[in-house]
Write a protein that binds this ligand. Structure first.
Ligand SMILES: [Zn+2]
Length: 458
C-alpha cells in the first residue's frame, strides 16, 4: 500500500465545514497546511495505514469550524479607541481625531498597533484579516517605499496570521492628513503591482488593489485599479455610500448615484467589493446583485460613526455575497458584528428574525468573506487552507446549546446571539499551524504586545 504523508489529524465532536454539520469527524492536514481530507473518525482509523500521522489532537466536547475572515480593517485606528466617544459627527471624527493621528504615525507605531489589533482578532477566532491599508507616505508626503506597509505585514507574520493586504490607491485630497495617503495614480498602480508580485508565492500574504473611495480616487485611478485586479486575478475593493453625504458627492462628481458612478466608469463586475454600501436605491441594489458584486459590511463601526444601517435582508434576498469587517476596530469580534447586524435590523423594523436563520449570518463570518478576498479559505474542504478555530461547547458561556435536541441550530444561534469570552476558544490554527492555544498567543509573547504599545506612547 502506498504511504501518503499527513502531518496532523484533528478529531472533534462536531465539525462545521461552513456549509455542513458533522458529528465525530476529523480533519487531516497535509504538510503544506492544506486540508487533505474531512472524514469520520472511524473512516480515518480504517485508513490509518495510508497516513503517517505525526500529530493527533482530540477535542471531544468541541466544535471545529472555519476561522473567521475579517473583510475590512484599518489596524492603526485601534489607537483611536480612547477617543471613540468624543466626536460630534463623522467629519468631526475625521478632522479632529483621524487626520491628526495619521500625521504622527511611523513604522514603529504602525507595527505596534497592528500587533495589538491582529493579536486580539486572532484570539477571537479571526484567522485572516483584510487590511485596507492607505498610509503609504512619510509625514512630509514622500513615499515610504513600501516600508510602512511592510511594518503592518510584519505584525501578521510574527503572529502567524493570514493577511490579505487590500492596498489602497489614493490620488485626490488637499487636507494636511491626506498627504500621508496621496500618490500620483501611476505610482499607486505600479507600487501595488510590485507588492503583489513580491508576495505572489507567500503562503500567508496576498495583495489586492483598492481605489480608496469616490472622494479619494480619481476616475482614471478607479479604472486602472479595476484593470489591475483583472491582471492579478483578484477582487478589488472600494469604500462606497458609507454616509448619506456620499450621495451628494457622487451627484456632483459623476451626476449619478455612487453605484451609478462605478457603472458609468465601466468597472462594476464580479471582482468588485463595495465596502459599506449603505445608501443605495432599490435599482442600484438590483444592479449590484445582477453584476455579482460583493459587500463588505461593518455594522459596529457604521453604528459608532453614525453612518446608517445597510439593507442586509435586501442583500440576502438578492443572494449577494456579504462578508463582515471590523473596520475602525472598536471591537475585533466577527460574531459580535453578525449579532449587531441582525439587531440593527430589529431596531429599525421593530420585528425579529430579519435575516432568515442563523446560518445566513454564520456564512458571513467565513465562507462569504473568503470569496470577497479571493482566497481558498472560509470553508473546510479538500484543498482549502487549514484555517480553523475550536470552541469548547461545554464552557459555561456556551451552555446550554451543547445539550439541546437540535444541537446544530442551538449552537449556531448561541455562538452568534450570546457573547462568549476568549477562554471558550481552545485553539486557533492558520495554515495548519497552531497560533492560539487556550486563549493565549503561541507565536508571540503576550507581554511583547503590551510592551510595543507602551514603547510608542512613552
Ligand atoms: Zn474603511
Amino acid at each position: 500500500m502506498q504511504t501518503m504523508c499527513t502531518t496532523k489529524r484533528i478529531n472533534s465532536k462536531y465539525i462545521d465545514t461552513g456549509t455542513t454539520w458533522l458529528i465525530d469527524h476529523c480533519l487531516l492536514i497535509d504538510e503544506n497546511g492544506k486540508i487533505e481530507k474531512v472524514c469520520s473518525q472511524a473512516e480515518a482509523n480504517a485508513l490509518n495505514r495510508q497516513y503517517e500521522v505525526e500529530e493527533e489532537l482530540n477535542f471531544p466536547h468541541s466544535l471545529l469550524m472555519p476561522g473567521c475572515v475579517n473583510t475590512h480593517s484599518h489596524a492603526f485606528q485601534v489607537l483611536l479607541r480612547p477617543t471613540t466617544g468624543q466626536p460630534q459627527h463623522f467629519q468631526d471624527w475625521v478632522d479632529r481625531f483621524l487626520y491628526p493621528l495619521v500625521l504622527e504615525l511611523d513604522e514603529d507605531s504602525l507595527y505596534a498597533s497592528a500587533l495589538l489589533v491582529f493579536s486580539q482578532m486572532l484570539k477571537q477566532g479571526i484567522t485572516c484579516v483584510g487590511e485596507f491599508f492607505y498610509l503609504h507616505n512619510l509625514p512630509d508626503g514622500a513615499s515610504s517605499r513600501q516600508r510602512n506597509v511592510k511594518a503592518v505585514l510584519q505584525a501578521a507574520r510574527d503572529l502567524g496570521m493570514r493577511i490579505s493586504l487590500i492596498r489602497a490607491l489614493y490620488d485626490q485630497g488637499e487636507k494636511e492628513g491626506q498627504r500621508r495617503f496621496k500618490e500620483p495614480w501611476e505610482q499607486a498602480i505600479e507600487q501595488t503591482r510590485q507588492l503583489a508580485q513580491q508576495y505572489e508565492s507567500h503562503p500567508l500574504i496576498s495583495v489586492l488593489p483598492a481605489p480608496h473611495s469616490l472622494h479619494g480616487a480619481s476616475a482614471e485611478l478607479i479604472q486602472a485599479a479595476a484593470a489591475l485586479a483583472q491582471e492579478l486575478d483578484t477582487p478589488w475593493h472600494i469604500h462606497l455610500a458609507e454616509q448619506k453625504h456620499d450621495l451628494e458627492l457622487a451627484q456632483s462628481l459623476y451626476g449619478t448615484t455612487p453605484v451609478g458612478a462605478l457603472e458609468k466608469l465601466g468597472v462594476l463586475d464580479h471582482r468588485t467589493v463595495l465596502v459599506h454600501a449603505i445608501w443605495l436605491s432599490e435599482a442600484d441594489k438590483d444592479l449590484v446583485a445582477q453584476k455579482q458584486v460583493g459587500i463588505a459590511y461593518n455594522p459596529i463601526t457604521n453604528m459608532a460613526l453614525g453612518d446608517g444601517v445597510a439593507d442586509l435582508p435586501g442583500w440576502v434576498k438578492r443572494r449577494v455575497s456579504v462578508g463582515l469587517g471590523t473596520d475602525a476596530n472598536i471591537e475585533t469580534n466577527l460574531f459580535a458584528e453578525a449579532r449587531t447586524a441582525e439587531y440593527l435590523q430589529r431596531v429599525q423594523s421593530l420585528s425579529m428574525g430579519c435575516v432568515p436563520a442563523a446560518r445566513s449570518l454564520y456564512r458571513m463570518l467565513h465562507l462569504q468573506g473568503g470569496k470577497l478576498l479571493g482566497l481558498p479559505i472560509g470553508e473546510l474542504k479538500v484543498g482549502m487552507e487549514a484555517d480553523f478555530q475550536i470552541v469548547d461547547l461545554e464552557h459555561p458561556s456556551l451552555l446550554p446549546a451543547a445539550f439541546a435536541a437540535d444541537v446544530e441550530t442551538a449552537v449556531l444561534n448561541q455562538l452568534i446571539f450570546s457573547a462568549w469570552p476568549e477562554s471558550a476558544l481552545q485553539a486557533v490554527f492558520v495554515g495548519g499551524e497552531l497560533v492560539v492555544s487556550k486563549g493565549q498567543l503561541v507565536q508571540v509573547r503576550e507581554e511583547s504586545v503590551r510592551e510595543e504599545i507602551r514603547r510608542i506612547l512613552a
